[in-house]
Ligand binder design. Structure first.
Ligand code: NDP
Length: 283
């Protein structure tokens, strides 16, 4: 692999969030840039609060920086500060990708849903999401993006399970789905073709209820968006039951691909094994 080439003519992009030090996006995008021998750079930005985030966006208007990925806690603000948005970002109510156009406009997109569907296609190719109910655990930003993507992919019914019922109901309304209390999770799992964990449960130190996988068909695919650790308790339990599983790293890579193409005008080079690059970075 050749080294990263960043000259004075480099195309600059990055990722904005707070905290951002843990982000794997710079490692991945810079590995792709180096392998493709693109004159570019991908750097992290950590504004302290929403006011600082808005100031950063104002400074970037005009395309000096080509674009940024956006992560917690700024995805909703990113959409609201943009001048235009693709249908996915509008439907999800959040953006994870902003492009700074030369005329000063900011275009918002959401590639999280693309990443989710790419992860299913890669790791659970035998599961057809259009053949039965899909359960989304959680109703935060990631769950919203997931629910919209699943609906657009042809899922006939989306069941939202969330600790805060009002948020479950609001999201269910958005995708014409059903809302469930966490205590009624077993009912939601009944007959599901897939289950997606979009809560923070599984992150180090975040404990949640024991998800009742026994209530789901053994053929249901279980996905966990959490990728640190890669093997979450939910995925371990699903594997122990012989269920197909999809991990959060596949989604992370799947959302990064269209972002890279939007920034640098070409798809990521096939010569890079993104999973190996990220696994090494996490080790
Ligand atoms: P939000 O803070 O917006 O939402 C968090 C969700 O988790 C809410 O539904 C919340 O419920 C629920 N939750 C939090 N703690 C608990 C608990 N102890 N028990 C039950 N439910 C709980 O976060 P995001 O939606 O942005 O992110 C969610 C997860 O998805 C994170 O782990 C994030 O890292 C991951 N993610 C992964 C991506 C990938 O590419 N792999 C992309 C985006 C996100 P309530 O509404 O009741 O508070």
């Amino acid at each position: 692999m050749t080294g990263l080439r960043t000259t004075g003519a480099a195309v600059v992009a990055g990722v904005v969030g707070n905290p951002i030090a843990h982000s794997l996006s710079p490692t991945l995008h810079n590995a792709w840039l180096a392998a493709a021998e693109i004159d570019g750079a991908y750097v992290p930005f950590a504004p302290g609060d929403e006011v600082a985030f808005e100031r950063l966006l104002e400074g970037f208007r005009g395309g000096v920086v080509r674009g940024v990925n956006v992560t917690l806690p700024f995805k909703v603000a990113a959409l609201s500060r943009a001048n235009g948005a693709d249908p996915t970002a509008r439907a999800a109510g959040a953006a994870n990708l902003l492009l700074f156009e030369p005329d000063g406009r900011i275009e918002a997109r959401n590639t999280d849903g693309t990443g989710l569907l790419a992860a299913f296609a890669e790791q659970a190719p035998g599961v057809d999401l259009a053949t039965g109910p899909v359960v989304v655990l959680g109703a935060g930003g990631a769950a919203q993006g997931a629910a919209v993507a699943l609906r657009d992919a042809g899922s006939p019914l989306i069941r939202i399970v969330n600790r805060t019922m009002a948020r479950a109901e609001a999201l269910a309304l958005r995708v014409a789905g059903e809302a469930y209390e966490i205590d009624a999770c077993a009912q939601a799992f009944d007959g599901a073709v897939a289950i997606v964990n979009a809560t923070s449960v599984g992150l180090p130190g975040v404990e949640g209820p024991p998800w009742p996988l026994d209530a789901a068909p053994q053929t249901a695919a279980v996905m966990d968006m959490v990728y640190r650790p890669l093997e979450t308790p939910l995925l371990s339990a699903a594997r122990a039951r012989g269920m197909p599983t999809v991990d959060g790293l596949a989604m992370l890579i799947g959302q990064a691909r269209p972002s890279f193409e939007a920034f640098y005008g070409q798809p990521p080079p096939a010569s890079v094994d993104a999973r190996v690059v990220l696994s090494e970075a996490m080790a």
